[in-house]
Write a protein that binds this ligand. Sequence first.
Ligand SMILES: Nc1ncnc2c1ncn2[C@@H]1O[C@H](COP(=O)(O)OP(=O)(O)OP(=O)(O)O)[C@@H](O)[C@H]1O
Ligand SMILES: [Mg+2]
Length: 375
Amino acid sequence: MSFLQDILAKGQSLLKFTPAVNSVVGIDIGTSAIKIVQVTRDGGKIKLETYGEIGLGSYANDKSGKVVTLAPEVIAKAITDLLRESNVTTKNAVISIQSQATLIFLLELPEVKDSELATLIPNEARKYIPVPLTEVSLDWYVVPKAEFYVDEVSSADSASAIRKKNEVVVVAVRNETLSQYAQIADKSGIVSRGNEIEIFSAIRSVFHREITPTLVIDYGAGTTKVSIVEYGVVRAYHVINRGSAFTSESLARSKGIDFDKAEELKKTVGLTAVPGQEEIAKAIETDTAYIVSEIQTILMGYERQSHKSVTKILLCGGGSMMPGFLEKISQTFGVETVFGNPFGKAEAPQFMEPVLKKAGPEFTVAMGLALKDFV
Ligand SMILES: Nc1ncnc2c1ncn2[C@@H]1O[C@H](COP(=O)(O)OP(=O)(O)OP(=O)(O)O)[C@@H](O)[C@H]1O
Ligand SMILES: [Mg+2]
């Protein structure tokens, strides 16, 4: 999926050009934890070197699993600790940009020369961006028609009508955010190979050959990222301002237990029928219902607009590992639902496979970042 590189490789401020390297560490800065994955290219193979995670709660004198906001230098300290603890052997790093700091949308534009797009896109994008354009960096990707339309249109008339349009995926990131990421990279002692918005990394690590509309749910601690991807192109993208940490918080509050205990119950009981824990599962169910209903709205909006159906759901993010969550999603939407398996894209000792499969959903973004230069 070359566009994932193209989208940030247009010479705009989101990517620095650096010479080719053989080993890269992907650094996913989440709201509750940082996850890293290091891979090495060895001939035609990609080898998993190491991976690791560090909770951010303690860096804010708070509990593990809590959603925290930290200054760039504190995040840099956590990265340094994690790289050391995980025995990372490279300084080359790609760092994720959190979705909350970005806007991603699709524009339909008349067919014009590439040079004209550079003027047309900012003009059109202005309508979607709630802050002055001088405060954001824009990047875009023109959806290739060959991949997208020509095989789908039936009559010659509609084919020519469609060819006169350009579909462009546009990404906007606040300059202030980019400068914070630059500070983090600077203070962590890594050699930055650029940043990438987390959804694009997730797609790289968990997609194989899916071309039909696929729903990707990244159920994180702070937010839930929902996207619909078709032919490798993000057709819809939404951030639900609620994540898995909310469930622990509300469980702790409603049951009068501490946050750690609530985290534990979420991970052991979740949505399942554990004898004696029915009330816990019921409380978790209520929170989860909100997320599921938001996803449903996004899905229905897409299906109504595109006249297409989502045929597969990929789950990632730590929250998706909650017992019973996959089943809940699968039953609600009635389509094949699987966990993303990012480690499947790299070679690792066989004995590690079960562990990696289980840890996969949490490392989706970190793995995609690490693979950015290699696939
Ligand atoms: N087995 C599990 N069952 C339920 N929840 C889990 C499980 N494992 C992890 N989680 C939850 O997943 C969340 C962490 O997931 P993840 O690492 O994907 O979040 P993050 O990347 O820090 O957050 P965000 O993507 O919102 O910035 C925490 O809320 C944690 O409690
Ligand atoms: Mg995350």
